[in-house]
Design a protein. Structure first.
Lengths: 278, 173
């Protein structure tokens, strides 16, 4: 059985934090380039141009893409491997080192009411899942406050249908407007229970920007919502135009006969996630 | 359009929501917790760390400055969170604020009433905006870390007029 070394895990977390802060996913840039073609409003085009320029400068100068270097969210997919140390402690060690060594902003406070800064951006938010592999997969996302603040959950009634899901998602996107730094990636979680739906939505944001759901009805939702969101005329930074969503992702899960949870997690254009397999 | 501080009220007359302007001069960083402290000082009639009259406040919490650099990444934070703090500052003669995203109808009205402009910088392009800051100095509330008040000197800082003094709104398309 493969044994994971604590030092390797710490190093990996450190590197993932660095890469996520400095390098915007090339596929996001490609998508922006593609949508730019359709955008005819001058100020909205200027926003897209600045987003592209920002990615070049961040990479060249090793400056964080966004000053909000986020909450570190880690998804661990744990295979049949041996871990003989405190994995959460090690992850937080990696985060702490990454944020202090690289002058990233420390945005975490110890308690929502007391609000004392923890000074190293820990603790990370860690989710675990068990897989039947022989490795440890780490998916790491940096989630800024602006777009997270505009995210929402609603418990629909079980007889609600497809249209109600769509209406809720559209309402959340409209309310987010320019506040959450559009163009967005919209993560939608349907099913599960209260917390599961939020997790589904968050995890959907870590999917490749180009992929589609393998479940036919989820894929249909993704396609239709993408088209409808881009007709809302929110546009880059809310200045109007056709580029409001870069992608819509829907993840689903079975749920209770009485329930129909829907969660919408908004991701700004500065979508920072990286992964590694140990 | 080129603009420079102090942004006296006459300079705001020709600005229209939707205009792209390049601002040069002095601006002050201030976000949530610093607003809370400043408002407390105003309420207690105590001296303020900088003169609000004709000043520009930038809603930002930059990343820490690397040795030898002027500032870190420094893009705007959401303006709406500062909505409840703006009125006393407007009464002291604030000229402009910089942030991102929509503000409340009440703030749009207040801006109009006090002939104050609100600008947006593009959110999430913080490395790009770093280039336009040519000096930075701590002014107050060091303990607030990224939320401390800093005085920045900017050169050709790109901004979008978001709410002008006539109540026009860039988000109303
Ligand atoms: S919403 Fe995203 S791009 Fe905008 S400031 Fe927050 S982290 Fe940065």
């Amino acid at each position: 059985m493969k044994k994971i070394k604590r030092a390797d895990l710490i190093e990996s977390i450190k590197n993932l934090c660095k890469e996520a802060n400095y390098y915007l996913d090339k596929n996001i840039l490609k998508k922006i380039e593609e949508l730019k073609e359709k955008e005819d409003k001058a100020i909205s085009l200027e926003v897209l141009k600045q987003i592209e320029e920002n990615a070049l400068i961040a990479e060249k100068k090793n400056l964080p893409l966004c000053q909000d270097t986020g909450t570190v969210v880690v998804f661990l997919e744990i295979g049949n491997i041996l871990i003989d140390f405190n994995i959460e402690e090690a992850i937080n060690k990696g985060v702490s080192l990454a944020y202090n060594e690289n002058y990233f902003r420390k945005s975490i406070v110890n308690h929502p009411l007391e609000r004392t800064n923890t000074l190293d951006n820990t603790p990370a938010i860690i989710h675990t899942k068990f897989t039947n592999t022989n490795c440890l997969k780490i998916k790491l996302a940096l989630k800024g406050g602006g777009s997270e603040n505009m995210s929402k959950i609603k418990m629909l009634t079980p007889t609600a249908g497809y249209e109600q899901v769509k209406n809720f998602v559209l309402a959340v996107v409209k309310e987010a407007g320019g506040k959450a730094c559009p163009p967005f990636i919209i993560g939608v979680g349907i099913g599960g229970n209260f917390e599961k739906s939020a997790l589904l939505a968050k995890e959907s944001l870590l999917r490749d920007i180009k992929d589609s759901s393998e479940i036919a009805i989820d894929k249909k939702l993704e396609t239709e919502l993408f088209a409808e969101i881009n007709k809302l005329n929110i546009g880059p930074m809310g200045f109007g135009g056709q580029t409001t969503a870069l992608a819509v992702k829907v993840n689903s899960y079975p749920c209770h006969i009485a329930s129909f949870p829907v969660a919408v997690n908004i991701q700004c254009h500065c979508a920072r996630h990286k992964e590694i397999i140990l | 359009m080129i603009l420079s501080t102090p942004l006296t009220k006459e300079k705001l007359i020709n600005l229209k929501a939707g205009d792209l302007v390049y601002l040069s001069g002095t601006i002050y960083t201030m976000r949530d917790q610093a607003h809370k402290k400043i408002i407390a000082l105003i309420n207690k009639n105590q001296p303020l760390p900088f003169d609000i009259e004709n000043s520009v406040i930038y809603y930002v919490g930059p990343t820490p400055t690397k040795p030898g650099e002027i500032i870190g990444s420094c893009g705007p934070t959401s303006s709406y969170r500062m909505d409840s703090f703006i009125e006393p500052l407007l009464q002291l003669g604030l000229s402009a604020t910089i942030g991102k995203g929509e503000r409340s109808l009440k703030v749009i009205e207040l801006l109009k009433k006090h002939k104050t402009v609100h600008f947006s910088a593009v959110g999430g392009v913080a490395a790009y905006l770093n280039q336009f800051v040519i000096d930075s100095e701590l002014v107050a509330f060091k303990e607030l870390q990224s939320e401390s008040i800093k005085k920045l000197i900017v050169k050709n800082f790109p901004l979008f007029v978001t709410y002008d003094i006539y109540g026009n709104d860039i988000f109303k398309k």
